[in-house]
Design a binder for this molecule. Structure first.
Ligand SMILES: Nc1ncnc2c1ncn2[C@@H]1O[C@H](COP(=O)(O)OP(=O)(O)O)[C@@H](O)[C@H]1O
Ligand SMILES: [Mg+2]
Length: 585
């Protein structure tokens, strides 16, 4: 529960609001607990027959005013505290996204997308429920109790004791049932989650389902899951249906006790009839606040667990960030890259992926990288924008150690097109603009012309405004890759990295792109990873990575002459081309 103290900074921000809320709830309860004495006075007056109509009229006006006052202030309480909880929820959600966005790749191995989504939804709403309802009802329970019990004891201490007797049981009952309801509800929710993803898969994969005529299989699977879902819902309903009857039972018990014991006191002349009627009203005023104790306990438990999970994310520091060694005076760097005895190992693995790499890439030149799948090519280029940090050795760009360059400057210098291009569900123009938020339409058109994408876009009805992805049209693999290339080109980066970014593009388009690149990359640096040797053939230098080492380096003709790995690959690809498989990957 102490973990909830970690939310203190958020509360501080809205301190006035919460204090006002507590003041309002106090006033509201002051009004409502002032009603029973008025009722009691009328009843006592009626019995003694000294009540007149004026007295009753006055009492009724009083009761109306007090009820109205109580209602208005309860409304104000909700408006301050519940709105406050929404404001904190908003802040926490933003902080969470910010915390997640600055994390490195390794963070996303620890947390799956699904679990992050769950934190962002379930945990944050658990917090909101704690901040809103839990605080409001705690304040409500405490103030009602103080006012009501003080007045009750003042009236008759022994009846008060008897009346309050069943209330702790009631608080415990709501707590216990509430807990059961929560778990049953969670079960329902989780099942609903899997049911939705099942439907989503079946729908997005509908073509595969048809092609393999697996409709019946899918239908049976869905049916089973759906039945299970309704059973879980029934179970929840059963538990929920226990809540009201058990409350009623305990309320009835309290009333009977007050009636029995209180009636006896009245008979003995130790209490007045009007006092007894006041007890009934207080008892009814206390029921909901007491039941709320159990409910609030549940909210607090859930919120504690959620806060623990959320603060773990909020406090996790990205491993790669600017630090005291960063030289903020570095604003611009050229494209000369130098690797000096660089080794790299993923923390989750024992053996290094790259070992002792020493390589100089002069500014304005192009480097081709080839090698078998899994040989370490992507890992190699990811070290340049510091998506991962080297394990040992140094990388310099423009003569500066990259760990000294402010990360923003470093990454702004580089345009990287990753192996699997990711497009957002936005227009094509916006996807390209992602590389440079203030890009003009001309710049976007130019970038896509250079990526040999422009002519494809011209055939689309909405042109650059065509929405792609889930909410729009589906682009072919090659079109996606070219959009990603345009996104990198629009930045006019000093260093352009294409990680297998032309694999789905046909050879003639590829040639067009590469020719365009040589022109714009004249005094910039280009690194191209490719599977097809034709892609890298004209690079100033080509390296072959094999088992984490640079096995061969030189120009295309030098490597052919060497007659080893590269020339073997070349021979094989020529052969493949001849038998017609080439270009279909
Ligand atoms: N995030 C990661 N964590 C652990 N191992 C990884 C990770 N990414 C890649 N690897 C491993 O590193 C090796 C090199 O991968 P990669 O650089 O992607 O090769 P390539 O791009 O040449 O196909 C592979 O064995 C791969 O399984
Ligand atoms: Mg790769």
């Amino acid at each position: 529960m102490l973990v909830l103290l970690r939310l203190a900074p958020y509360f501080k921000r809205y301190k006035v609001r919460f204090l006002l809320g507590i003041l309002f709830v106090t006033i509201s309860n002051y009004c409502s607990t002032a009603i029973p004495p008025v009722v009691g006075a009328i009843i006592n007056g009626l019995r003694d027959q000294h009540t007149n109509t004026d007295f009753i009229t006055e009492a009724i006006i009083k009761i109306l005013l007090l009820t109205g006052g109580s209602g208005v202030f309860m409304m104000l309480t909700r408006m301050t505290i519940i709105v406050g909880s929404r404001l904190i929820e908003y802040d926490v959600r933003n902080d969470l996204l910010r915390a997640i966005e600055k994390q490195n790749v390794s963070f996303f191995h620890k947390y799956s997308t699904g679990s992050l989504m769950a934190h962002a939804t379930n945990d944050i709403s658990a917090l909101r429920e704690f901040i809103g309802p839990a605080i409001m009802y705690s304040a409500n329970t405490i103030t009602t109790f103080i006012f009501a019990v003080t007045l009750m004891v003042h009236l008759n201490a022994s009846i008060t004791f008897v009346a309050l007797f069943p209330l702790p049981i009631m608080a415990y009952a709501t707590y216990a049932i509430g807990k059961k309801v929560h778990f049953a509800f969670k079960d329902v929710q989780e099942h609903f989650g899997s049911l939705t993803s099942q439907v989503q898969e079946a729908l997005s994969g509908v073509r595969v389902v048809r092609a393999y005529s697996r409709e019946e299989y899918e239908r049976i699977g869905f049916n089973k899951s759906s039945t299970e879902y309704s059973q879980k819902n029934l179970r929840l309903a059963k538990i929920q249906s226990m809540t009201m009857p058990s409350m009623m039972l305990l309320v009835g018990l309290s009333n009977v006790l007050v009636l029995g014991y209180g009636g006896y006191q009245v008979m003995k002349g130790k209490a007045l009839l009007g006092d007894l009627s006041q007890f009934f009203i207080y008892l009814n005023q206390l029921i909901w606040p007491v039941a709320a104790i159990g409910w609030v306990m549940n909210l607090i438990q859930r919120a504690s667990a959620s806060t623990l999970r959320l603060t773990a994310i909020l406090n996790s520091q990205p491993e790669i960030k600017d630090n005291t060694g960063t030289d903020n005076a570095i604003h611009s760097i050229n494209g000369e890259i130098n690797f000096d005895k660089v080794s790299f190992r993923y923390r989750s693995r024992d053996i290094p992926v790259l070992e002792d790499i020493t390589l100089h890439i002069p500014n304005g030149t192009s480097l081709g990288i080839v090698g078998a799948t899994g040989s370490g090519k992507s890992s190699f280029v990811n070290l340049i924008p510091r998506l991962q940090d080297v394990t040992s050795g140094t990388i310099t760009i423009g003569g500066y150690d990259i760990t000294k360059i402010p990360i923003q400057t470093l990454r702004n210098t580089i345009g990287i097109v990753q192996q699997e291009p990711f497009l957002f569900s936005l227009s094509i123009a916006d996807n390209i603009r992602f590389g440079k938020p203030d890009a003009t339409e001309e710049e976007i058109t130019r970038a896509s012309q250079r990526a040999a994408l422009h002519d494809d876009i011209a055939t689309l009805q909405d042109g650059y405004n065509t929405i792609v992805g889930e909410r729009g049209i589906t682009l072919s693999g090659g079109q996606k890759q070219r959009t990603a290339i345009a996104r990198a080109l629009v930045r006019e980066p000093k260093i352009l990295i294409l990680d297998d970014a032309l694999s789905a593009v046909d050879t003639s388009t590829e040639e067009k792109i590469l020719t365009g690149l040589t022109e714009i990359m004249k005094d910039r640096t280009t690194i191209i990873i490719a599977h097809r040797l034709s892609t890298v053939k004209n690079c100033d230098k080509i390296i072959v990575i094999n088992n984490g080492l640079i096995a061969e380096e030189g120009t295309h003709s030098e490597l052919i002459q060497l007659g080893k790995l590269y020339s073997e690959m070349y021979e094989r690809q020529l052969l493949e081309q001849e038998i017609g498989e080439y270009g279909l990957n």
